[in-house]
Ligand binder design. Structure first.
Ligand SMILES: [Zn+2]
Length: 415
């Protein structure tokens, strides 16, 4: 950096302090006033190097190609998938840069980058999220997913390590590769930071509700049971509520989570711990919560085989069920095909991740949830700085809080 540059920076800092007082907040103000293009030479990436341990590594930021983007990370949600990787590495990815629920600011883009995956203009300074990477399966087109679901697509944050290294959102900079790499991303500058951190998990629910609607059973006045009140079940309730479904019963074993389910739109809650004698009793509890009737539709949002077996009992003859809790192999569940499916004529759908279209609908969901006063962003209970990522994962595994975030920008972290 030469003297002229330093002079320029000093002048900009002074100007920003005079203009709005923002710059007076010490070092953060100075950073905010740094000229555009002041991009560091290296990035910090949390790499899961062995089970239960991330090391924050420093890598050079690769030169930007004409189709690439460099994004300064603000924050990233910790997903159940990250927790599974941290504990057991079921996908065999170690060493890996994790974090797929991230958002941040474009700080540099190649000259060919003009629009996001929805056709919206993008410029340096815009806030973005990434979605699926469709590189190796031409049958999966970006919007028409009738042929095949996105089961095989990649995402940033679950890519194998390579010479770019900046492949996950648990970092301070992420490198988005354009062109044939098949990246997709969206300009979400209209949404606040916390809403942006929740886009990816919320998209899982927007998709699940779309799957549920495909049965023709989920309607405006349906009675819906949502089993499991982790972030996924809670977001499910909020999505149902924003689309006008009012009769929602939440089932979980944790009183705090059930309280939050009510704040997000559940009409009534059932704590399964209050029914130790078994499924008949618990079913009566769910029925009572619906005023004496069984549910028209159920969403199964836990990865527990017992919970899968139970939910059939809560649903009326001719009703529907969406199973979305088993993102990893949680084992076999026992059901009785005669009682649970055949004689009931149940319509069952599975749900897996989302499509690009679901992403766009998710932006509308988050905006709408905010407007009708649902406290969706209160799902984020912890914001750890990047260098405390191991603690963030331990907090998630201990089931303390709800959605844990890791802030690539440490000035955004808070305890
Ligand atoms: Zn996720």
């Amino acid at each position: 950096m030469n003297e002229q540059n330093i002079e320029l920076i000093v002048r900009q800092v002074l100007e920003s302090m005079q203009s709005d007082g923002y710059g007076k907040t010490s070092s953060y103000g100075a950073a905010a006033a740094a000229p555009a293009g002041a991009i560091p030479k290296t990035a910090h990436v949390a790499v899961l190097t062995k089970l239960g341990n991330f090391d924050v590594k420093e890598y050079p930021i690769p030169p930007l190609g004409d189709n690439d983007l460099l994004v300064k990370v603000e924050g990233t949600g910790v997903c159940g998938t990250d927790a599974h990787e941290f504990k057991r590495d079921p996908f065999g990815l170690i060493p890996v840069a994790l974090g797929h629920e991230g958002t941040g600011t474009i700080v540099a883009m190649g000259k060919n980058v003009k629009k996001d995956s929805a056709g919206k203009d993008v410029k340096v300074g815009d806030k973005i999220v990434t979605c699926m990477i469709f590189k190796d399966d031409p049958d999966i087109t970006t919007y028409d997913l009738n042929k095949q679901n996105v089961g095989g697509a990649d995402v940033y944050g679950l890519l194998p390590d390579d010479d770019v290294h900046l492949n996950g959102w648990f970092s301070d900079y992420i490198f988005i590769r354009g062109g044939e790499f098949g990246s997709t991303f969206f300009n979400v500058s209209d949404l606040d930071l916390d809403s942006r951190i929740l886009i990816e998990p919320a998209a899982v629910l927007v998709h699940a509700v779309e799957r549920a609607k495909s049965t023709g059973i989920l309607r405006f006045a349906s009675r819906v049971v949502v089993q499991g009140c982790g972030p996924i079940g809670l977001l499910c309730i909020a999505v149902l509520r924003t689309m006008g479904v009012n009769s929602i019963v939440a089932v979980d074993g944790n009183p705090q989570r059930l309280d939050f389910a009510k704040r997000l739109g559940a009409d009534a809650t059932v704590n399964f711990a209050d029914y130790p004698s078994g499924i008949e009793d618990l079913t009566e509890g769910v029925k009572k919560a619906f005023g004496g009737k069984l549910a028209d539709f159920g969403f199964q949002c836990t990865g527990n085989p017992k919970a899968h077996s139970n939910i059939y009992k809560f649903i009326r003859n001719g009703g529907g069920l969406c199973e979305l809790g088993f993102f990893i192999n949680g084992g076999d569940a026992t059901i009785n095909p005669h009682f649970d499916i055949c004689s009931k004529e149940l319509t069952i759908v599975g749900s897996w991740v989302y499509t690009l279209r679901d992403y766009v609908n998710t932006f509308a969901f988050l905006d709408r949830a905010k407007k009708i006063g649902l406290p969706v962003t209160e799902l984020i209970t912890h914001k750890y700085p990047l260098d405390r990522i191991n603690e963030a994962l331990e907090t998630n595994l201990a089931q303390k809080g709800l959605k844990i975030a890791v802030m690539g920008d440490p000035s955004l972290a808070k305890d």
